[in-house]
Design a protein. Structure first.
Length: 297
């Protein structure tokens, strides 16, 4: 199966006046959304982000996952994963490239008539039903640490394993498209090392707090959710790096967090939830697995 990813790129020139970007590919003489095949070792998020920049010139901030489309290409099944992506620049002068010779901004109504494929019209319908104006709060479980029975010091000082170091260095590539403004972390070393790798890549500082730690959680089970409660009063995109099951309890700070948490799977090391929220209400959650680390002999 051919694996690919793309975006529905959108902007709002005036309140309630949404425009979406369509590209024309000269090789196929079609109108579609920015998309392309994944490169070796690249996640779908990375593919969608790269293809958007390469084909349109716009650097986007990602919103929620819009699902995927399946169709046949040269006799082989092709699956394309899509995200909504907001154009953050006011305007960019489009430069034709090897694949795309035109880019038009238009209303959703116009786009329905321009789009060449019914699969793309389905993605457009999903976008128009989705909540576009949201912030993200990313709950990241620390990367893989040295095993407890292999560490003689305090558990809070237990560092990342070699695999965990590789995971943490690669996580940031899947987070740069969310417009993150702050990074928060438990003060446990395995969390701090994970958070610092991400923050350094995003050119941010790490806000460390013992209230997000396992030791504090044992004394006060509400402290972590109260910490999140404060962050929810601000309209900022943030990452919180912590421990399981504390991350699960942090969901209780949201108005509908308990209900949403029932459908979410447990986070393994270096997994994370991208929580799309409006105020204190969760509108959607994307579960993202840890980066794949190839074992070497």
């Amino acid at each position: 199966m051919i694996k690919a990813a793309g975006v529905l790129l959108w902007r709002e020139r005036a309140p309630m006046q949404v425009e979406v970007a369509l590209i024309h590919r000269r090789a196929y003489d079609d109108w579609t959304f920015p998309k392309g095949k994944s490169e070796p070792g690249e996640s779908y998020l990375q593919t969608a982000y790269r293809e958007c920049i390469e084909e349109t010139g716009f650097t986007p901030i990602f919103g929620g996952h819009l699902g995927e489309t399946d169709y046949k290409y040269d006799g082989e099944k092709k699956r394309v994963f899509y995200w909504m992506a907001k154009a953050i620049q006011a305007d960019v002068a489009f430069a034709p490239n090897a694949e795309v010779d035109k880019l038009f901004w238009m209303s959703a109504k116009e786009a329905r008539h321009f789009l060449s494929y019914h699969e793309d019209r389905d993605i457009l319908r999903r976008f128009m039903r989705a909540e576009r104006h949201s912030q993200v709060m990313i709950f990241l479980r620390h990367a893989k640490a040295i095993k407890r029975d292999e560490w003689l010091g305090e558990d809070s000082d237990r560092p990342l394993s070699h695999i965990g170091q590789l995971q943490s260095s690669r996580i940031a590539a899947n987070l740069r498209m969310y417009g993150v403004e702050e990074v928060h972390s438990s003060d446990a070393i395995r969390c701090l090392d994970t958070a610092r790798a991400v923050a350094d890549s995003l050119r941010l500082d790490v806000n460390s707090s013992d209230k997000l730690s396992e030791d504090y959680y044992e004394r006060d089970g509400n402290a972590a959710a109260e910490y999140i409660d404060v962050l929810l009063n601000r309209s900022r995109n943030v990452i919180i790096c912590g421990h399981h099951p504390i991350l699960q309890d942090m969901l209780l700070a949201f108005d509908n967090g308990k209900e949403c948490g029932k459908s979410l799977e447990k986070l393994s090391p270096a997994d994370y939830w991208v929580i799309h929220r409006v105020g204190r209400r969760i509108v959607s959650v994307d579960s993202v697995p840890a980066p794949v680390i190839e074992k070497t002999n």
